[in-house]
Design a protein around this ligand. Structure first.
Ligand code: NDP
Length: 401
Protein backbone atom coordinates (compact mmCIF):
# COMPACT_ATOMS: atom_id res chain seq x y z
CA UNK A 1 0.00 0.00 0.00
CA UNK A 2 1.31 3.44 -0.94
CA UNK A 3 -0.41 6.52 0.48
CA UNK A 4 0.38 9.85 -1.23
CA UNK A 5 -0.24 13.04 0.77
CA UNK A 6 0.75 13.64 4.40
CA UNK A 7 -1.97 16.14 5.37
CA UNK A 8 -4.93 15.75 7.71
CA UNK A 9 -6.53 13.01 5.61
CA UNK A 10 -3.25 11.20 4.81
CA UNK A 11 -2.53 10.89 8.52
CA UNK A 12 -5.88 9.19 9.17
CA UNK A 13 -5.42 6.84 6.19
CA UNK A 14 -1.96 5.85 7.48
CA UNK A 15 -3.26 5.10 11.00
CA UNK A 16 -6.35 3.21 9.79
CA UNK A 17 -4.43 1.10 7.23
CA UNK A 18 -1.79 0.32 9.85
CA UNK A 19 -4.55 -0.91 12.18
CA UNK A 20 -5.71 -3.46 9.55
CA UNK A 21 -2.45 -5.38 9.31
CA UNK A 22 -4.09 -8.55 7.99
CA UNK A 23 -4.86 -6.64 4.74
CA UNK A 24 -2.17 -3.96 4.57
CA UNK A 25 1.03 -5.81 5.39
CA UNK A 26 3.44 -3.16 4.08
CA UNK A 27 2.65 0.55 4.03
CA UNK A 28 4.59 3.52 2.66
CA UNK A 29 3.52 7.14 3.14
CA UNK A 30 4.97 9.55 0.56
CA UNK A 31 4.46 13.28 0.19
CA UNK A 32 6.14 16.50 -0.92
CA UNK A 33 7.48 17.21 2.59
CA UNK A 34 9.07 14.06 3.99
CA UNK A 35 9.27 15.40 7.56
CA UNK A 36 5.44 15.39 7.68
CA UNK A 37 5.46 11.70 6.65
CA UNK A 38 8.03 10.94 9.35
CA UNK A 39 5.92 12.65 12.03
CA UNK A 40 2.89 10.58 11.02
CA UNK A 41 5.00 7.39 10.97
CA UNK A 42 6.16 8.19 14.53
CA UNK A 43 2.56 8.58 15.66
CA UNK A 44 1.59 5.25 14.01
CA UNK A 45 4.51 3.56 15.80
CA UNK A 46 3.54 5.07 19.15
CA UNK A 47 -0.20 4.36 18.88
CA UNK A 48 -0.18 1.02 17.05
CA UNK A 49 3.33 -0.36 17.39
CA UNK A 50 3.69 -0.67 13.61
CA UNK A 51 6.44 0.66 11.39
CA UNK A 52 5.46 2.33 8.13
CA UNK A 53 7.98 3.48 5.55
CA UNK A 54 8.18 7.07 4.32
CA UNK A 55 9.38 8.72 1.11
CA UNK A 56 9.53 12.09 -0.59
CA UNK A 57 7.76 12.55 -3.91
CA UNK A 58 6.52 15.45 -5.99
CA UNK A 59 3.24 14.07 -7.28
CA UNK A 60 3.04 16.73 -9.98
CA UNK A 61 5.88 14.86 -11.71
CA UNK A 62 4.76 11.60 -13.32
CA UNK A 63 8.35 10.43 -13.86
CA UNK A 64 9.13 10.77 -10.12
CA UNK A 65 5.97 8.84 -9.28
CA UNK A 66 6.75 6.05 -11.75
CA UNK A 67 10.26 5.67 -10.32
CA UNK A 68 8.84 5.45 -6.78
CA UNK A 69 6.14 2.94 -7.81
CA UNK A 70 8.71 0.74 -9.60
CA UNK A 71 10.93 0.84 -6.55
CA UNK A 72 8.22 0.07 -3.96
CA UNK A 73 5.95 -2.10 -6.19
CA UNK A 74 2.72 -1.33 -4.28
CA UNK A 75 -0.54 -3.09 -5.22
CA UNK A 76 -2.62 0.04 -4.58
CA UNK A 77 -2.06 3.78 -4.30
CA UNK A 78 -4.37 5.91 -2.16
CA UNK A 79 -4.16 9.47 -3.45
CA UNK A 80 -4.88 11.91 -0.63
CA UNK A 81 -2.66 14.70 -1.93
CA UNK A 82 -4.64 17.41 -3.72
CA UNK A 83 -7.07 17.14 -6.65
CA UNK A 84 -4.41 18.78 -8.87
CA UNK A 85 -2.38 15.56 -8.73
CA UNK A 86 -5.11 13.06 -9.74
CA UNK A 87 -4.08 12.72 -13.38
CA UNK A 88 -0.32 12.46 -12.85
CA UNK A 89 -0.91 9.75 -10.24
CA UNK A 90 -3.34 7.88 -12.54
CA UNK A 91 -0.74 8.09 -15.35
CA UNK A 92 1.91 6.64 -13.04
CA UNK A 93 -0.47 3.83 -11.95
CA UNK A 94 -0.93 2.85 -15.61
CA UNK A 95 2.82 2.96 -16.25
CA UNK A 96 3.67 0.82 -13.21
CA UNK A 97 0.59 -1.44 -13.00
CA UNK A 98 -0.92 -0.19 -9.73
CA UNK A 99 -4.59 0.09 -8.64
CA UNK A 100 -5.79 3.62 -7.79
CA UNK A 101 -8.06 5.17 -5.10
CA UNK A 102 -8.82 8.85 -4.48
CA UNK A 103 -11.24 11.08 -2.53
CA UNK A 104 -11.64 14.16 -4.76
CA UNK A 105 -11.99 14.62 -8.51
CA UNK A 106 -9.42 16.32 -10.72
CA UNK A 107 -9.30 20.09 -10.73
CA UNK A 108 -6.90 22.19 -12.84
CA UNK A 109 -4.92 24.71 -10.80
CA UNK A 110 -5.77 27.77 -12.88
CA UNK A 111 -9.59 27.33 -13.04
CA UNK A 112 -11.84 26.77 -10.04
CA UNK A 113 -13.74 24.05 -11.85
CA UNK A 114 -13.95 20.33 -11.19
CA UNK A 115 -15.67 17.57 -13.10
CA UNK A 116 -15.19 13.85 -13.71
CA UNK A 117 -14.64 13.98 -17.49
CA UNK A 118 -10.84 14.13 -17.17
CA UNK A 119 -10.74 10.98 -15.05
CA UNK A 120 -13.52 9.16 -16.93
CA UNK A 121 -11.33 9.57 -20.03
CA UNK A 122 -9.00 6.93 -18.44
CA UNK A 123 -11.67 4.19 -18.46
CA UNK A 124 -10.39 2.27 -21.50
CA UNK A 125 -6.76 2.48 -20.41
CA UNK A 126 -7.46 1.11 -16.91
CA UNK A 127 -9.74 -1.61 -18.35
CA UNK A 128 -7.10 -2.69 -20.87
CA UNK A 129 -4.39 -2.69 -18.20
CA UNK A 130 -6.57 -4.84 -15.90
CA UNK A 131 -6.38 -2.18 -13.18
CA UNK A 132 -9.12 -0.79 -10.90
CA UNK A 133 -9.43 2.96 -10.33
CA UNK A 134 -11.90 3.87 -7.58
CA UNK A 135 -12.98 7.52 -7.63
CA UNK A 136 -14.31 9.45 -4.64
CA UNK A 137 -13.74 7.11 -1.69
CA UNK A 138 -13.96 9.76 1.04
CA UNK A 139 -17.13 10.78 2.91
CA UNK A 140 -18.68 13.22 0.47
CA UNK A 141 -18.00 12.07 -2.18
CA UNK A 142 -17.66 8.55 -0.92
CA UNK A 143 -19.89 7.34 1.88
CA UNK A 144 -22.74 9.56 0.61
CA UNK A 145 -22.55 7.76 -2.78
CA UNK A 146 -22.49 4.35 -1.07
CA UNK A 147 -25.45 5.36 1.14
CA UNK A 148 -27.35 6.22 -2.06
CA UNK A 149 -26.46 2.91 -3.73
CA UNK A 150 -27.44 0.99 -0.60
CA UNK A 151 -30.78 2.84 -0.35
CA UNK A 152 -31.42 2.19 -4.06
CA UNK A 153 -30.73 -1.52 -3.59
CA UNK A 154 -32.56 -2.16 -0.30
CA UNK A 155 -35.24 0.50 0.14
CA UNK A 156 -36.36 1.94 -3.18
CA UNK A 157 -37.64 0.82 -6.54
CA UNK A 158 -36.72 4.34 -7.70
CA UNK A 159 -35.08 7.21 -5.82
CA UNK A 160 -36.66 10.38 -7.18
CA UNK A 161 -35.28 13.04 -4.84
CA UNK A 162 -31.90 13.05 -3.16
CA UNK A 163 -30.64 15.54 -0.58
CA UNK A 164 -27.13 15.13 0.77
CA UNK A 165 -26.72 17.02 4.04
CA UNK A 166 -23.29 17.71 5.54
CA UNK A 167 -23.41 19.30 8.99
CA UNK A 168 -20.26 20.07 10.92
CA UNK A 169 -21.37 20.88 14.45
CA UNK A 170 -17.73 21.22 15.54
CA UNK A 171 -15.97 24.20 17.10
CA UNK A 172 -12.20 24.59 16.61
CA UNK A 173 -11.95 27.76 18.68
CA UNK A 174 -10.37 29.80 15.84
CA UNK A 175 -11.91 32.96 14.37
CA UNK A 176 -11.61 31.46 10.89
CA UNK A 177 -10.21 28.14 9.66
CA UNK A 178 -11.21 25.46 7.19
CA UNK A 179 -11.49 21.79 8.13
CA UNK A 180 -9.66 20.53 5.08
CA UNK A 181 -7.20 22.07 2.66
CA UNK A 182 -8.16 25.81 2.70
CA UNK A 183 -7.39 26.38 -0.98
CA UNK A 184 -9.62 23.52 -2.18
CA UNK A 185 -12.31 24.29 0.43
CA UNK A 186 -12.60 28.00 -0.46
CA UNK A 187 -12.60 27.31 -4.23
CA UNK A 188 -15.49 24.90 -3.61
CA UNK A 189 -17.69 27.07 -1.39
CA UNK A 190 -17.31 30.29 -3.42
CA UNK A 191 -18.33 28.59 -6.69
CA UNK A 192 -21.84 29.10 -8.13
CA UNK A 193 -24.38 26.53 -6.88
CA UNK A 194 -25.67 23.82 -9.22
CA UNK A 195 -28.33 21.25 -8.45
CA UNK A 196 -30.04 18.62 -10.61
CA UNK A 197 -33.65 19.28 -11.63
CA UNK A 198 -35.59 17.26 -14.24
CA UNK A 199 -32.68 16.18 -16.39
CA UNK A 200 -30.32 19.17 -16.19
CA UNK A 201 -28.12 21.07 -13.78
CA UNK A 202 -29.62 24.42 -12.74
CA UNK A 203 -27.22 27.19 -11.69
CA UNK A 204 -28.02 29.65 -8.89
CA UNK A 205 -25.78 32.16 -7.05
CA UNK A 206 -23.49 30.73 -4.34
CA UNK A 207 -25.17 30.39 -0.91
CA UNK A 208 -28.45 31.82 -2.20
CA UNK A 209 -30.71 29.05 -0.83
CA UNK A 210 -30.66 27.88 2.77
CA UNK A 211 -32.80 25.93 5.24
CA UNK A 212 -32.89 24.90 8.89
CA UNK A 213 -31.86 21.33 9.66
CA UNK A 214 -32.41 19.60 12.99
CA UNK A 215 -29.75 16.93 13.41
CA UNK A 216 -30.59 13.66 15.15
CA UNK A 217 -29.50 13.18 18.75
CA UNK A 218 -28.27 16.21 20.66
CA UNK A 219 -26.17 17.78 17.89
CA UNK A 220 -28.59 20.68 17.46
CA UNK A 221 -30.09 22.75 14.62
CA UNK A 222 -27.98 24.27 11.88
CA UNK A 223 -28.44 26.56 8.91
CA UNK A 224 -27.56 24.53 5.80
CA UNK A 225 -26.73 26.11 2.42
CA UNK A 226 -27.27 24.56 -0.98
CA UNK A 227 -24.08 24.28 -3.01
CA UNK A 228 -22.58 22.21 -5.82
CA UNK A 229 -20.66 19.11 -4.85
CA UNK A 230 -18.93 16.64 -7.12
CA UNK A 231 -20.90 13.50 -6.25
CA UNK A 232 -24.04 15.02 -7.81
CA UNK A 233 -22.44 14.63 -11.26
CA UNK A 234 -21.91 10.87 -11.03
CA UNK A 235 -24.96 10.01 -8.91
CA UNK A 236 -27.49 11.39 -11.41
CA UNK A 237 -25.82 9.30 -14.12
CA UNK A 238 -25.69 6.11 -12.07
CA UNK A 239 -29.30 6.59 -10.87
CA UNK A 240 -31.05 8.22 -13.86
CA UNK A 241 -34.51 8.12 -12.23
CA UNK A 242 -33.44 10.85 -9.76
CA UNK A 243 -35.46 13.94 -10.67
CA UNK A 244 -33.93 16.33 -8.14
CA UNK A 245 -30.56 16.08 -6.41
CA UNK A 246 -29.20 18.72 -4.05
CA UNK A 247 -26.21 19.06 -1.75
CA UNK A 248 -26.36 21.07 1.49
CA UNK A 249 -23.62 22.08 3.92
CA UNK A 250 -23.80 23.88 7.26
CA UNK A 251 -21.89 27.14 7.76
CA UNK A 252 -21.87 29.44 10.75
CA UNK A 253 -22.70 33.13 10.36
CA UNK A 254 -19.13 33.95 11.42
CA UNK A 255 -17.58 31.69 8.73
CA UNK A 256 -19.75 33.26 6.03
CA UNK A 257 -18.94 36.81 7.19
CA UNK A 258 -15.18 36.11 7.14
CA UNK A 259 -15.48 34.53 3.70
CA UNK A 260 -17.49 37.50 2.35
CA UNK A 261 -14.84 39.96 3.56
CA UNK A 262 -11.99 37.87 2.13
CA UNK A 263 -13.80 37.68 -1.22
CA UNK A 264 -14.58 41.40 -1.23
CA UNK A 265 -10.94 42.35 -0.68
CA UNK A 266 -9.68 39.91 -3.34
CA UNK A 267 -8.01 37.37 -1.03
CA UNK A 268 -9.82 34.37 -2.55
CA UNK A 269 -8.62 35.12 -6.11
CA UNK A 270 -6.73 32.40 -8.01
CA UNK A 271 -5.10 34.60 -10.69
CA UNK A 272 -1.51 35.66 -9.87
CA UNK A 273 -0.84 39.26 -8.73
CA UNK A 274 2.55 40.94 -8.40
CA UNK A 275 3.46 41.79 -4.80
CA UNK A 276 6.80 43.52 -4.13
CA UNK A 277 8.04 42.27 -7.49
CA UNK A 278 7.02 38.65 -6.81
CA UNK A 279 4.05 36.87 -8.40
CA UNK A 280 1.71 35.38 -5.79
CA UNK A 281 -1.74 33.79 -5.96
CA UNK A 282 -3.91 35.48 -3.28
CA UNK A 283 -5.72 32.25 -2.31
CA UNK A 284 -2.42 30.37 -1.93
CA UNK A 285 -1.08 33.18 0.28
CA UNK A 286 -4.29 33.01 2.34
CA UNK A 287 -3.70 29.26 2.82
CA UNK A 288 -0.22 30.07 4.16
CA UNK A 289 -1.56 32.35 6.89
CA UNK A 290 -4.59 30.23 7.87
CA UNK A 291 -4.33 27.42 10.45
CA UNK A 292 -3.28 24.01 9.04
CA UNK A 293 -6.37 21.77 9.08
CA UNK A 294 -4.22 18.91 10.39
CA UNK A 295 -3.38 21.07 13.45
CA UNK A 296 -7.00 21.74 14.46
CA UNK A 297 -7.66 18.35 16.03
CA UNK A 298 -6.52 18.97 19.58
CA UNK A 299 -8.94 21.87 20.13
CA UNK A 300 -11.97 20.77 18.12
CA UNK A 301 -15.09 19.68 19.99
CA UNK A 302 -18.56 18.69 18.79
CA UNK A 303 -19.68 16.30 16.08
CA UNK A 304 -20.21 15.97 12.35
CA UNK A 305 -23.50 14.59 11.03
CA UNK A 306 -23.43 13.71 7.34
CA UNK A 307 -26.10 11.77 5.51
CA UNK A 308 -28.43 11.24 2.61
CA UNK A 309 -32.19 11.81 2.47
CA UNK A 310 -33.91 9.85 -0.28
CA UNK A 311 -37.52 10.04 -1.37
CA UNK A 312 -39.26 7.97 -4.03
CA UNK A 313 -41.12 4.75 -4.86
CA UNK A 314 -40.57 1.98 -2.36
CA UNK A 315 -39.83 -1.66 -3.20
CA UNK A 316 -43.16 -2.62 -1.62
CA UNK A 317 -45.23 -0.39 -3.94
CA UNK A 318 -45.64 2.80 -1.85
CA UNK A 319 -45.14 6.04 -3.77
CA UNK A 320 -43.84 8.20 -0.91
CA UNK A 321 -41.04 6.26 0.76
CA UNK A 322 -38.61 8.51 2.70
CA UNK A 323 -35.40 7.40 4.38
CA UNK A 324 -32.54 9.31 6.01
CA UNK A 325 -29.25 7.43 6.49
CA UNK A 326 -26.44 9.17 8.33
CA UNK A 327 -23.28 8.93 10.40
CA UNK A 328 -22.37 10.97 13.46
CA UNK A 329 -18.66 11.37 14.18
CA UNK A 330 -17.22 13.00 17.28
CA UNK A 331 -14.22 15.31 16.78
CA UNK A 332 -12.64 14.63 20.18
CA UNK A 333 -13.06 10.83 19.89
CA UNK A 334 -11.45 10.88 16.44
CA UNK A 335 -8.58 12.90 17.86
CA UNK A 336 -8.11 10.44 20.72
CA UNK A 337 -7.98 7.52 18.28
CA UNK A 338 -5.76 8.86 15.47
CA UNK A 339 -4.74 12.43 16.38
CA UNK A 340 -7.02 14.14 13.77
CA UNK A 341 -10.39 15.91 13.85
CA UNK A 342 -13.56 14.35 12.44
CA UNK A 343 -13.44 15.95 8.97
CA UNK A 344 -10.10 14.26 8.25
CA UNK A 345 -11.32 11.09 10.03
CA UNK A 346 -14.56 10.81 8.04
CA UNK A 347 -12.53 11.11 4.81
CA UNK A 348 -9.59 8.87 5.74
CA UNK A 349 -11.58 5.90 7.07
CA UNK A 350 -13.59 5.42 3.81
CA UNK A 351 -10.38 5.78 1.76
CA UNK A 352 -8.94 2.86 3.73
CA UNK A 353 -12.19 0.86 3.37
CA UNK A 354 -12.32 1.45 -0.42
CA UNK A 355 -8.70 0.31 -0.76
CA UNK A 356 -9.46 -2.72 1.42
CA UNK A 357 -12.24 -3.82 -1.00
CA UNK A 358 -9.72 -3.71 -3.86
CA UNK A 359 -6.93 -5.34 -1.85
CA UNK A 360 -9.16 -8.26 -0.86
CA UNK A 361 -10.54 -8.66 -4.39
CA UNK A 362 -14.12 -7.76 -3.43
CA UNK A 363 -14.13 -4.68 -5.69
CA UNK A 364 -11.37 -5.61 -8.12
CA UNK A 365 -12.90 -4.68 -11.47
CA UNK A 366 -10.75 -3.31 -14.33
CA UNK A 367 -11.79 0.21 -15.33
CA UNK A 368 -12.50 3.58 -13.72
CA UNK A 369 -15.47 3.53 -11.35
CA UNK A 370 -17.31 5.99 -9.17
CA UNK A 371 -17.79 4.34 -5.84
CA UNK A 372 -21.61 4.01 -6.10
CA UNK A 373 -21.12 1.64 -9.07
CA UNK A 374 -19.66 -1.00 -6.72
CA UNK A 375 -21.61 -3.38 -4.43
CA UNK A 376 -22.45 -1.18 -1.41
CA UNK A 377 -23.03 -3.98 1.12
CA UNK A 378 -19.43 -4.90 2.10
CA UNK A 379 -18.53 -1.21 2.38
CA UNK A 380 -21.58 -0.50 4.59
CA UNK A 381 -20.58 -3.40 6.85
CA UNK A 382 -17.00 -2.11 7.09
CA UNK A 383 -18.19 1.40 8.05
CA UNK A 384 -19.69 -0.13 11.18
CA UNK A 385 -16.53 -2.12 11.90
CA UNK A 386 -13.92 0.59 11.31
CA UNK A 387 -15.28 3.63 13.13
CA UNK A 388 -18.09 5.24 11.10
CA UNK A 389 -21.30 3.49 12.20
CA UNK A 390 -24.46 4.58 10.40
CA UNK A 391 -28.13 4.76 11.33
CA UNK A 392 -31.42 5.31 9.52
CA UNK A 393 -34.53 7.29 10.41
CA UNK A 394 -37.59 9.05 8.96
CA UNK A 395 -36.42 12.40 7.49
CA UNK A 396 -39.58 14.14 8.74
CA UNK A 397 -38.01 14.07 12.21
CA UNK A 398 -35.03 16.19 11.12
CA UNK A 399 -36.98 18.79 9.12
CA UNK A 400 -35.55 17.63 5.79
CA UNK A 401 -34.95 20.50 3.31
P1 NDP B 1 -3.85 18.89 3.28
O1 NDP B 1 -3.57 20.17 2.62
O2 NDP B 1 -3.89 18.80 4.78
O3 NDP B 1 -2.82 17.78 2.77
C1 NDP B 1 -2.45 17.63 1.44
C2 NDP B 1 -1.13 16.89 1.41
O4 NDP B 1 -0.78 16.67 0.05
C3 NDP B 1 0.00 17.71 2.04
O5 NDP B 1 0.78 16.86 2.84
C4 NDP B 1 0.78 18.18 0.83
O6 NDP B 1 2.17 18.34 1.01
C5 NDP B 1 0.58 17.05 -0.13
N1 NDP B 1 0.85 17.50 -1.48
C6 NDP B 1 0.38 18.61 -2.10
N2 NDP B 1 0.91 18.73 -3.32
C7 NDP B 1 1.73 17.66 -3.47
C8 NDP B 1 2.59 17.23 -4.51
N3 NDP B 1 2.70 17.89 -5.66
N4 NDP B 1 3.31 16.10 -4.32
C9 NDP B 1 3.23 15.40 -3.17
N5 NDP B 1 2.43 15.76 -2.14
C10 NDP B 1 1.70 16.88 -2.30
O7 NDP B 1 -5.24 18.38 2.68
P2 NDP B 1 -6.27 17.35 3.35
O8 NDP B 1 -5.53 16.22 3.96
O9 NDP B 1 -7.26 18.12 4.13
O10 NDP B 1 -7.03 16.82 2.04
C11 NDP B 1 -6.45 15.82 1.21
C12 NDP B 1 -7.40 15.47 0.06
O11 NDP B 1 -8.61 14.97 0.58
C13 NDP B 1 -7.77 16.66 -0.83
O12 NDP B 1 -7.76 16.23 -2.16
C14 NDP B 1 -9.17 16.99 -0.42
O13 NDP B 1 -9.91 17.58 -1.46
C15 NDP B 1 -9.70 15.60 -0.10
N6 NDP B 1 -10.87 15.62 0.80
C16 NDP B 1 -11.94 14.84 0.47
C17 NDP B 1 -13.06 14.82 1.27
C18 NDP B 1 -14.18 13.88 0.99
O14 NDP B 1 -15.03 13.69 1.86
N7 NDP B 1 -14.26 13.24 -0.15
C19 NDP B 1 -13.17 15.67 2.48
C20 NDP B 1 -11.94 16.38 2.81
C21 NDP B 1 -10.85 16.36 1.97
P3 NDP B 1 2.82 19.58 1.81
O15 NDP B 1 2.65 19.17 3.22
O16 NDP B 1 4.23 19.63 1.36
O17 NDP B 1 2.01 20.81 1.43
Amino acid sequence: MLIIGAGGVGSVVAHKCAAVSEVFDRITLASRTKSKCDAIAASVRERLGRTIETARVDADETAELVALFRDLRPDIVINVALPYQDLTIMDACLAAGVHYVDTANYEPRDTAHFEYSWQWAYRDRFRTAGLTALLGSGFDPGVTNVFTAWLARHHFEAIEQLDIVDVNGGDHGKAFATNFNPEINIREVTAACRHWEDGAFVETPAMSRHARFHCPGNIGSYEIYRMYHEELESLVQTFPLIRRAQFWMSFSESYLTHLRVLQNVGMTGIQPVVHNGVEIVPLQFLKTVLPEPSGLGADTTGQTCIGVIARGRSRTGGTDRRVYVYNICDHAEAYREVGSQAVSYTTGVPAMIGAKQIATGVWRRPGVWNIEEMDPDPFMADLNTYGLPWQIQDPAEVGAP
